[in-house]
Ligand binder design. Structure first.
Ligand code: NAD
Ligand code: MG
Length: 399
């Protein structure tokens, strides 16, 4: 068996957006083991971590979205030939840098949409952890990928599972009946709506199975994460939302399943460890040895499955309705959620208020699917407008 640290001859040259985050740091670990050269790194404001990463991986370009952080990094890296840029423009420049084979987008939030589009427009393949990109701009992103012949490789574990299950399926006769996304249920599985009135920030930040960034951890507690993933799956696999089911699977061992027309169900299993889907996006269509622990099913004994509780956790239903309506509705529920989660993290609103603020978007008039593919400008304008509206609505709730 090959040693884990042996570089692979077809190692892809990587641009990594969001390198200081939970996915970003794991991606660097995977890239190092695979011997993938890193040509650009980007982060928001964590300068110290970025400096360490730059000294270790020697990219040509490093971007800090925050201007002050970029100025600081420039001083710190004065003894190196690394170019430092700032802002979302810098992020987009990294996304289409010459000489890269793959852009891994692991920034958090719909701020990832512009760089994803920039990468696809430049014909780069994109490994996508940043699910908000597809939620806010699914139609636009899929159209750009198809037009440029660029690939979107899923990193989210459920979508990687489905992608893996689909390998070998004849594209001309996919005969796909259903996608089944699994959800861990988060820290509040089994709680009633009444009990959820009293949960606080610290409890919401304790995920039972995964250690992740704060935003996705809160999204997992509200189950909004699964709603966002439903929309993500609708675009990645071109399956209508009514054919995407969600089931609760507490152990996070079965990462998702597909059902064919003949009722054969295929699943992908593995221990819960994001380094596996990250690595598959980097080595696809090949497989390589990995440091991820092997799965021994007898150690788990049994695996459990439950239907979601739509009353206590309304966000999945809200997202299903938003993607069914289409147009700007998914971008609107995403923007409301980003704003509401930020307010909850500042303890300005309660846990159940997140679902209320997101659900309020279904009462508002946005153009639906009949109006064609929303442009980037329309999506960005709706995003700004919804954030403003949600911040105001949250103030009324707090009173
Ligand atoms: P994180 O908060 O740990 O890291 C986010 C990264 O994005 C950081 O590098 C940060 O510097 C950067 N960033 C933050 N705000 C930014 C901004 N305004 N502009 C540019 N860059 C910014 O988040 P994470 O848990 O790594 O998640 C990243 C993405 O991957 C999210 O979309 C999340 O839903 C998705 N995802 C994460 C996991 C996981 O296990 N963490 C699993 C599946 C999907
Ligand atoms: Mg996921």
């Amino acid at each position: 068996m090959a040693a884990l640290s042996n570089p692979i001859s077809d190692a892809k040259r990587l641009v990594l957006l969001g390198s200081t985050g939970s996915i970003g740091t794991q991606a660097l670990e995977v890239a190092e083991k695979l011997g993938c050269p890193v040509v650009a790194l980007t982060a928001h404001s964590r300068v110290e971590t970025m400096e360490e990463q730059v000294r270790r991986f020697r990219p040509r370009l490093a971007v800090m979205v925050e201007e002050k952080a970029a100025a600081d990094l420039r001083v710190r890296l004065a003894d190196t030939p690394v170019r430092v840029e700032a802002g979302v423009d810098g992020l987009c420049e990294a996304a289409c840098l010459e000489g890269a084979d793959l852009v891994l987008n692991s920034v958090v939030g719909m701020v990832g949409l512009r760089p994803t589009l920039a990468a696809l427009e430049a014909g780069r393949d994109v490994a996508l952890a940043n699910k908000e990109t597809l939620v806010a701009g699914g139609a636009l992103v899929m159209e750009a990928a198809a037009r440029q012949g660029a690939r979107l490789l899923p990193v989210d574990s459920e979508h990687s599972a489905i992608f893996q299950c689909l390998q070998g399926a004849p594209p001309e006769n996919r005969a796909l009946r259903r996608l089944i996304l699994t959800a861990s249920g988060g820290p509040f599985f089994g709680k009633s709506r009444e009990e959820l009135k009293r949960v606080g920030l610290q409890e919401a930040l304790k995920h039972p199975n995964w250690s992740m960034g704060a935003k996705i951890t809160i999204d997992s507690a509200t189950m909004m994460n699964k709603g966002l993933e439903l929309i993500e799956a609708r675009w990645l696999f071109d399956v209508p939302p009514e054919n995407i089911d969600i089931i609760i699977h507490r152990e996070s061992v079965v990462h998702s399943l597909i059902e064919y027309d003949d009722h054969s169900v295929i699943a992908q299993l593995g221990v819960p460890d994001m380094r596996l889907p990250i690595q598959y996006a980097l080595t696809w269509p090949m497989r390589r040895p990995s440091p991820v622990k092997a799965l021994h099913l007898t150690e788990w004994g049994k695996l459990t499955f439950f239907p979601p509780d739509d009353e206590a956790f309304p966000c999945i239903g809200i997202c299903r309705e938003a993607v069914t309506r289409g147009g700007l509705y998914p971008a609107a529920v995403n923007a409301a959620n980003e704003e509401a989660v930020a307010l909850f993290r500042k303890e300005r609103i309660g846990f159940l208020d997140i679902g209320e603020l997101v659900g309020a978007m279904l009462e508002r008039p946005f153009p639906g699917a009949g109006r064609g593919i929303p442009s980037l400008e329309e999506i960005l304008a709706a995003d700004r407008e919804v954030r403003r509206y949600t911040a105001e609505a949250a103030q009324r709730l707090a009173r």
